[in-house]
Design a protein around this ligand. Structure first.
Ligand code: 5RP
Length: 236
């Protein structure tokens, strides 16, 4: 089946397959969200069926939970396991410091909580996600629905004093209605083009009332497995 994949999907598959080497029986594993993470969940599901790999998966979204259960992976909540050996997840962008933008799939809040509760975060991404400076991909900011337009205005005002190249934001939509996260929140996508100081921006955004979390992952990722159609390279 994988021989029919496009080069980009093959690269995602190659990175996902390599990431499964980080998983051994007895581990508690954070299961990321997105198309690359879905390949990783499928690879782990194959190992559960074929070798009796004995793991507990903690999914970062309802989509991933459904997939993991279908494939016979034992699933638990973060509060049931409390701490994880490893989390494997995709990313929308990564830089040479292994800082990330995540949340393109709308799951950044759970993804950040789960990754932070893990001994190690392994990111799997195709090579096109590598950037010199974060920010070309719109930065997702999860926001409570109450007063979201006021929160949006505050965010845009705050961005005036930040080292970014744009400050427009858009409410993420799904068909004609606002996209709703698993936590019942909205997502504002910030079109910043280039983020000069991701650490500072992350701290400042999270101080704005109404903001629940943003998609910048600073000093959380330990390894990025960069997939190419003909192999994978690991960045640490
Ligand atoms: C979901 C995410 C995903 O990991 C990110 O959007 C990458 O997705 P894909 O692997 O489909 O390119 O952060 O919230």
């Amino acid at each position: 089946m994988t021989t029919e994949l496009s080069p980009i999907d093959r690269a995602k598959f190659v990175a996902a397959r390599r990431s499964c080497d980080y998983v051994e029986s007895g581990m508690r594993v954070g299961l990321g969200t997105g198309s690359t993470a879905a390949w990783m969940v499928r690879c782990l599901g194959e190992r559960v069926q074929a070798e009796g790999l004995d793991i507990i998966g903690v999914p970062t979204s309802s989509r991933t939970a459904d997939l993991a259960r279908q494939l016979g992976i034992r699933v638990a909540s973060l509060d049931e396991v409390k701490w994880l050996d490893v989390t494997i997840d995709g990313a929308d962008e990564f830089d040479s410091n292994l800082n990330l933008i995540k949340g393109g799939g709308g799951a950044a809040l759970q993804e950040k909580i789960v990754a932070t509760a893990s001994d190690r975060m392994v990111v799997i991404a195709d090579a096109a996600k590598e950037v010199r400076a974060l920010g070309a991909f719109p930065l997702p900011v999860e926001t409570v629905p109450f007063g979201w337009q006021t929160t949006q205005a505050l965010i845009e005002e705050t961005l005036v004093n930040m080292d970014v190249m744009g400050r427009e934001s858009t409410l993420r939509m799904n068909d004609d209605v606002p996209f709703i996260t698993d936590e019942g929140n909205y997502v504002l996508d910030l079109h910043l083009n280039r983020i000069g100081n991701p650490r500072q921006l992350s701290l400042v955004l999270n101080q704005i009332p109404g903001v629940v979390e943003n998609g910048l992952f600073i000093d959380i990722c330990d390894v990025v497995i960069v997939g190419h159609s003909d192999g994978a390279v690991e960045l640490r």
